[in-house]
Design a protein around this ligand. Structure first.
Ligand code: COA
Length: 161
């Protein structure tokens, strides 16, 4: 397919290999992906939006099809319209993600009927991951090289010192 622009929104606190796997596969479908750091008002994050943006920009510096950005004071669908994106990309890990994603996709579709949400199944080896779980593992000195990019792991360790 490889057409158009899609938004891949998330808290990315921090980005994990599960997220990067979705981004890599998303690039098979879309010409450009906007990886957008967003605010989930019910979450307290360890990294500021600026820190997360810097981490993502470093990570995708060599890929001009990945655009790193943030939106913090508007709805996802309004941001998608501003960026002329016609799709929102989301990863589904387990059945427990489904209800939450179902609600969000329907709410977004109601607000903006011309923007579709595309779901991808998270690769099974990452489907048990979450940013919260990884923060817990790093906090207590566990190994997480299979879940995190080494630079992100270092940022996390520095933050937790
Ligand atoms: N592999 C591994 N883990 C993954 C993953 C993948 N492929 N995809 C998601 N996750 C994990 C994340 O690490 C995160 O873990 P955490 O809860 O421990 O932090 C969790 O799944 C869900 O994270 P994320 O995808 O970042 O979603 P979110 O719930 O934090 O954020 C927003 C959702 C930001 C997209 C949503 O709140 C939003 O659109 N906000 C903007 C305001 C708005 O428009 N609100 C109305 C929406 S209807």
């Amino acid at each position: 397919m490889n057409s158009g622009v899609a938004i891949y929104p998330g808290s990315f606190d921090p980005i994990t290999k599960g997220h990067t796997n979705i981004i890599e596969r998303g690039l098979e479908l879309f010409e450009h992906l906007i990886v957008a750091v967003a605010v989930n008002s019910s979450k307290k994050t360890i990294f500021s939006v600026e820190e997360r943006l810097e981490q993502l920009r470093d990570m995708f510096a060599d890929n001009d099809r990945v655009i790193v950005d943030s939106f913090t004071d508007c709805l996802l669908v309004d941001y998608a319209k501003q960026r002329k994106a016609h799709a929102i990309l989301r990863g589904l890990r387990t059945v427990s993600d489904y209800e939450y994603e179902f609600q969000m996709a329907h709410a977004n579709r109601h607000l903006a009927p011309d923007i579709d949400t595309i779901f991808m199944m998270t690769e099974s080896k990452y489907s048990h991951l979450s940013s919260t779980l990884i923060k817990e593992i790093v906090r207590y000195g566990g190994a997480c090289h299979e879940m995190l990019d080494p630079q992100i792991e270092q940022h996390l360790k520095n933050k937790m010192k």
